[in-house]
Write a protein that binds this ligand. Sequence first.
Ligand code: SAM
Length: 351
Amino acid sequence: MAASLTYPFSGAHLQLPGMLYQICDGLGKFILPSNCRNEQMKDEILGSSDYHTPVLPEQVLKAFPGKNRVIIDATAGGGGHSELLLKAGHKVIALDRDVDSLAQTATRLKEFGDAFTSVHANFSCIDEVLAPLGIDKVDGILADFGVSSHQLDEAKRGFSFMRSGPLDMRMNQSQGITAKEVVETYSESELKRIFWEYGEEKQSGKIARCLVEERQKTEFHTTLNLADYILKRVGRREKIHPATRVFQALRIEVNNELGEIESLLKKSPALLNTGGRLTLISFHSLEDRLVKRFFAHQSAKTIDRPEWPEAKPNPDYCLKTITKKPMMADQRECKINPRSRTAKLRIAEKI
Ligand SMILES: C[S@@+](CC[C@H](N)C(=O)[O-])C[C@H]1O[C@@H](n2cnc3c(N)ncnc32)[C@H](O)[C@@H]1O
């Protein structure tokens, strides 16, 4: 009989039939990426699923050489990266905070049997996931940050202003507050701060002031209501829609995305075997900065400060940075999968 554990952090159930857990119901809807003209070519080159095309597939495979290694895919999404790793002969423990993504991926990768385990969890709780599986350490951890194409494409998830949907943006819809609640309840200064810090929006002050004024009179029910209002108040000055940065900021706030990454970084080294690799893919400078600084600090044998007479040994030294510069998609990949244009992959190895 399957054991059942409740995770306080996600409200999810981890069922352990022996050592394995797979969700096989609640199939997600399959959506073809609209930008792909030649699906067969894309599948062959990128190993894509209909749900999400994995970025930097060759680089991810090279990051985990050999086979029969145990790798955590901390952001399962459509399972594209998991599938590549499974096909290369590795064992994969896949996490996702989005139960629909995980369910569809677990169903799609059922053929890999015991080599694939899926767990509904936030990656900030990566350390709590292994013990119930009877695993102490792993040989690799992969994370491909942000949302999947499927999440963006599904209007009802409320991530995109390209389609009208509820102003939600939660990756785990059973947890936390929605973007609508943020817009309705945060003070003007809090809104200004998140638009500035997470969206790098130059007009953060003006947008925050207008929203606080407008919300006295009207409710922002949908993504389009909000995007149209921002367009009306600030106008179009650049190629991108003026709501783009505000939407990025709201998504980061709603899902505590940077806090999640910080916890993952802090916990990962202790979960890796010597020689195990941490491979992280970022899509904007806020994410990449966290990864870059963390790798630099953990890879430094000593630390020095101007006020110290001499450098001291770094108590956190435990990684070797493998990628001095981040790996990025080549022209061919950018053409086939435009999402890969901003992807930056960094690898560090446990020493
Ligand atoms: C870019 S997609 C990953 C795509 C995947 N690599 C593939 O090949 O299909 C990111 C996924 O990570 C999940 N995610 C984002 N933040 C998370 C977190 N803190 N914990 C767990 N899953 C997270 C999202 O729900 C989404 O499904």
